[in-house]
Design a binder for this molecule. Structure first.
Ligand code: FPP
Ligand code: MG
Length: 326
């Protein structure tokens, strides 16, 4: 039942995504950029979460089209943020293909991201989705602040756990949280449930970013569809690095490389060493422990949420997937 509703709604979401992103001047480069970007859809986690949260409300069926429009807006905000993030990171790949900035250059990528953002909010205003427009515009502000704060922390050896979580809460978890909030509210979920769902989804967003930061060290470009070990080289020191530095032996070997990284480009051998140290001195293990803690908090929230068992099974599956060590 849930599967059918989700599938049906996702078809509508896809329809609205194309409607919002439709660029009128087809022969322009921005048109080609958007075409490419839409053809490479990701896991669609945020719109799916929005829909699952909406399914918990009593009037989701009567508000179905509005809810699908909101889910499309959320996915496109995510897409625009990735297009811009790849410019900042100078990333050559995304979702297993050459990134937009890699294929079309930075100017076209900036234009496409800007165009998408303006279309998303115009769509929300025209469709009278005013409450969601207010929540989502604040969320984009948080995402921008997260990125700006991350930029301010570049190459900082004293990057703290608290600062890391402050940044990822804004750059990643905020959009998860907003998706859940607007979906649940639009479907008429009681405030008590909305608050619990928001907490669940915020934790899920943090877990998701932690996993992304682990995989940057443990996976490979082919499996991830994007370049690995890039954050460290760009001076973005994530949780696995912070935790490795907490181990005195880890600090002894990693700190000199971090100092060098600030001054010059590391050799391939040095990058391989960084990767090995982060595994050897507990950075990855500690990151998985943090995921487990957040997951346990979320299991408790699921118990409290046990309103609609079928949906909580879905939420539980998302936790299990993130906990898998690979
Ligand atoms: C990917 O994370 C990027 C984000 C979670 C947020 C990016 C946000 C912005 C660029 C600001 C908002 C801008 C717009 C247009 C809405 P990551 O860099 O940790 O992961 P990666 O490995 O995929 O690059
Ligand atoms: Mg990035």
């Amino acid at each position: 039942m849930i599967e059918i509703s989700l599938k049906e709604c996702m078809e509508r979401v896809d329809h609205y995504i194309h409607q919002i992103a439709d660029y009128p001047v087809k022969q322009s480069q921005v048109g080609a950029v958007l075409n490419d970007a839409l053809n490479l859809s990701g896991k669609m986690l945020r719109p799916k979460l929005l829909l699952l949260c909406a399914f918990l409300g009593s009037n989701w069926k009567s508000n179905k089209e509005r809810i699908c429009k909101l889910a499309a807006m959320v996915e496109l905000i995510h897409l625009a943020s990735l297009i811009h993030d790849d410019i900042v990171d100078d990333s050559p790949y995304r979702r297993g293909e050459i990134s937009i900035q890699g294929k079309y250059g930075k100017d076209a990528a900036v234009f496409a991201g800007d165009f998408l953002i303006s279309r998303i909010f115009n769509f929300g205003a025209v469709e009278n989705l005013n409450e969601a427009v207010s929540v989502l515009s604040k969320t984009v502000e948080y995402m921008c602040i997260g990125e700006i704060e991350q930029d301010l922390c570049h190459y900082r050896e004293d990057m703290s756990e608290d600062k890391y979580f402050e940044i990822i809460e804004k750059k990643t978890a905020a959009l998860f949280q907003a998706a859940c909030h607007i979906g649940a509210k639009e479907a008429g979920c009681p405030d008590r449930i909305v608050r619990k769902l928001e907490l669940f989804v915020k934790n899920l967003g943090l877990m998701f970013q932690l996993k992304d930061d682990i995989l940057d060290f443990t996976s490979n470009s082919k499996d991830l569809g994007k370049e690995t070990l890039k954050d460290f080289q760009n001076g973005i020191y994530t949780f696995p690095v912070i935790m490795t530095l907490k181990n005195p032996k880890g600090k002894e070997v990693l700190l000199p490389i971090m100092r060098k990284n600030r001054e010059e480009k590391l050799s391939n051998e040095e990058i391989r060493q960084v990767q090995a140290y982060i595994v050897q001195f507990g950075g990855i293990e500690a990151s998985y422990e943090k995921i487990k803690q957040l997951s346990d908090d979320n299991r408790q929230l699921i118990k409290e949420l046990e309103q609609d068992v079928k949906i909580t099974v879905y939420l539980e599956k998302m936790l299990n997937d993130l906990e898998v060590k690979k």
